[in-house]
Design a protein around this ligand. Structure first.
Ligand code: COA
Length: 157
């Protein structure tokens, strides 16, 4: 069987484009909560990009970087949200979104990209590992008792 890669369009997302996917990425039920966190991210200068396939928004990424280019500590994370609709996974959508974010961060001369995610989801960790991220630290009980937060680092130099 022949597999055809989808045409993935990337563009800056407005709030209406983002909410449903943000809810998935943030893992919170309350849409008011999602809107609040999005407002916080917008205020600190986070930029969001969405991926569109055949006219439908199927994925998103949020990227933030210190305009001074001097942040080397673990917080705040620079990739803040990443999600792809289940039906569109394993087709390179997240890889394309991450490439867009990395290209933007590279223009700042920032040598390292940080993010954190659940340390308990092997598929997500494999995704980041495939893209070159490496484990920097694990924080126990971050998302609740028994959970693990994985802090990941991508060397851009
Ligand atoms: C993690 C996530 C963003 C990946 O999106 P995606 O569009 O499916 O990823 P891609 O197709 O670009 O994957 C690129 C490579 O990463 C690896 N990969 C991606 N998902 C994987 C999985 N579930 N298991 C193992 N490897 C995986 C593969 O090597 C893949 O390349 P391949 O399909 O050619 O083998 C998506 O599964 C998702 O939205 N999950 C739920 C939300 C979430 O947990 N977000 C992270 C919070 S920070």
């Amino acid at each position: 069987m022949e597999t055809i890669a989808p045409v993935i369009e990337l563009y800056p997302g407005d709030d209406g484009d983002l909410l449903e996917l943000l809810q998935m990425s943030m893992g919170i039920e309350s849409m008011e909560g999602v809107k609040h966190l999005l407002a916080v991210e917008r205020t600190r200068g986070t930029r969001y990009y969405v991926a569109r396939v055949a006219g439908q928004i199927v994925g998103l990424i949020g990227v933030w970087f210190d305009p001074t280019g001097r942040v080397t500590e673990l917080e705040p994370p620079q990739i803040i949200d990443m999600a792809v609709l289940p039906a569109y996974r394993r087709q390179g959508v997240a890889r394309a979104l991450m490439a867009r974010a990395v290209a933007e961060v590279r223009t700042t001369g920032c040598p390292t990209l940080w993010l954190y995610t659940s340390g308990d989801e092997i598929g997500v960790l494999t995704f980041y590992y495939k893209l070159g991220y490496r484990l920097a630290a694990v924080v126990p009980d971050w998302f609740g008792p028994g959970s693990r937060k994985a802090i990941l680092r991508l060397d851009l130099s």
